[in-house]
Design a protein around this ligand. Structure first.
Ligand code: HEM
Ligand code: MG
Length: 222
């Protein structure tokens, strides 16, 4: 059917976001991953995930435009521009300073027990392998929101619980686990609903320290 999963062609644009890559692999976004406008991406998250285009989603979408010189559209690969939306200590991708910040890295994703634990674990691992890793509160907040997205869209928007195999298929294959029993949420997802898991994850992450050098205007580095 129109929304069958198809592996991307080598010429298709795919990037660091498993959510948008999955929508492109199922044809909710253009399968070539290019010429994505704000209305196109907001329509796709609604059609594919029943995710309402709320203010926060619109803002995230608009930030996508800052990764390109195009006037009104971006492509999925371009989203890897480091420091715009893309950040260090991702769940499923390496840091740019380590190498590839776009493609799925298997070893980052196995042994997941809870989203919060994984966020903290990745931060700890990252601080060991990347001296320049920069996670301050903006990056940390973005990471928590991303985890809220996958728990509510691939899991259950009300309970924030996702079967582990669904999450693995999503990250590894960028495929909706339809044959495995996933279905698009009957309940509309929006930030106020996915925020339930976002908040819960935020609370579960009790300890973390901002990383990266803090540079004051005078040029003093601590
Ligand atoms: C990560 C963009 C919507 C799930 C990312 C990253 C970007 C991005 C640039 C890379 C951050 C990084 O890990 O360094 C966008 C844009 C969106 C959008 C522009 C909408 C306009 C969504 C949606 C989902 C989602 C609807 C739903 C499942 C995720 C997840 C990550 C992520 C789980 C973390 C990946 C990781 O840590 O390895 N997104 N995204 N995103 N996105 Fe999206
Ligand atoms: Mg990253």
């Amino acid at each position: 059917s129109q929304h069958q999963w198809e592996a991307p062609l080598p010429t298709d644009s795919r990037g660091p976001c498993p959510g948008l890559n999955t929508l492109a692999n199922h044809g909710f976004l253009p399968r070539n991953g290019s010429n994505i406008t704000i209305p196109i991406v907001l329509g796709a998250i609604q059609d594919g995930f029943n995710f309402q285009p709320t203010t926060l989603m619109r803002t995230v979408a608009k930030l996508g435009l800052l990764t390109t010189d195009n006037a009104d559209n971006f492509d999925l690969k371009g989203l890897a521009l480091h420091g715009t939306l893309e950040h260090d200590a991702s769940l499923s991708r390496n840091d740019l300073a380590i190498g590839d910040n776009i493609h799925f890295q298997r070893d980052h994703y196995y042994n997941v027990t809870s989203a919060a634990q994984v966020l903290v674990q990745r931060l700890a691992e990252d601080s060991l392998i990347n001296q320049t890793s920069l996670i301050q509160s903006r990056e940390f907040t973005v990471r928590i929101i991303e985890s809220g997205f996958y728990l509510s869209v691939i899991g259950n928007v009300t309970t924030g619980v996702a079967p582990k195999n669904f999450i693995q298929i999503f990250f590894e294959q960028e495929r909706l686990p339809l044959e495995e029993g996933w279905h698009r949420s009957d309940v509309l997802s929006r930030m106020t609903t996915s925020i339930t898991s976002t908040d819960a994850i935020g609370e579960a992450v009790t300890e973390w320290e901002p990383s990266g050098p803090i540079v004051f205007p005078e040029g003093e580095v601590t």
